[in-house]
Design a protein around this ligand. Structure first.
Ligand code: S3P
Length: 186
């Protein structure tokens, strides 16, 4: 049986389409702990969609709100946090994530990631003529940042339950959650 107490918050990082929200939600329900998605929290705080935020205030404004929201979420009780794809590449946001949680990079090749996205409409960075080329460029530019995560799980070829199991195993190995056997007295 899983010990349901999460010892530290876990921040899921990685490119768009990495499954940070889907895996995070599944993991939180398995562990019985809170889940939050930083993009959803940012939209609630700003009262605007991410796409509108990029259009009206520009990316810099979005990054400032993102940094504040992620720090606030991680300063609370331990939770599983799905972060936006660029969060860990911003120095102040990376510091908040590294200081206040265990960072776990979910990776897969750009074409796989793109294939997992049901819609590109909500993603301002993928509005250009060649989303695959954009994803490939982001993968190259961001790898040096993502590589600094404490844990790494490659999800290429994995279903959602398989990817969640791999993440769970990585967290157990790292001692963030513990597996314990329950004995029933006779
Ligand atoms: C971004 C990823 C998005 C969102 C914003 C910027 C990025 O989140 O934060 O559109 O810079 O990669 P997801 O990774 O959840 O799609």
């Amino acid at each position: 049986m899983l010990d349901k107490s999460l010892k530290r918050s876990v921040s899921l990082i990685g490119l768009m389409g990495a499954g940070k929200s889907a895996i995070g939600r599944q993991l939180a329900s398995q562990l019985g702990c809170r889940f939050a998605d930083s993009d959803t929290e940012i939209e609630a705080e700003a009262g605007l969609s991410i796409r509108d935020m990029f259009e009206l205030g520009g990316e810099a404004k979005f990054r400032a709100i993102e940094q504040r929201v992620i720090r606030r979420l991680l300063e609370g009780a331990p939770l599983i946090l799905s972060t936006g794809g660029g969060a860990f590449c911003q120095p102040d946001t990376k510091s908040a994530i590294s200081d206040l949680s265990v960072s776990l990079w979910l990776s897969a090749p750009p074409a796989t990631l793109l294939g997992r996205m049901s819609s590109l409409a909500a993603r301002p960075l993928l509005q250009g003529p060649d989303p695959l080329a954009t994803m490939e460029a982001l993968a190259i530019a961001r790898k040096p940042f993502y590589s600094k995560a404490e844990l790494h799980v490659d999800t290429d070829g994995c279903s959602l339950p398989q990817a969640s199991d791999l993440v769970l195993a990585a967290l157990k190995t790292a001692g963030i959650i513990t597996a314990q056997t329950t004995f029933v007295a006779q």
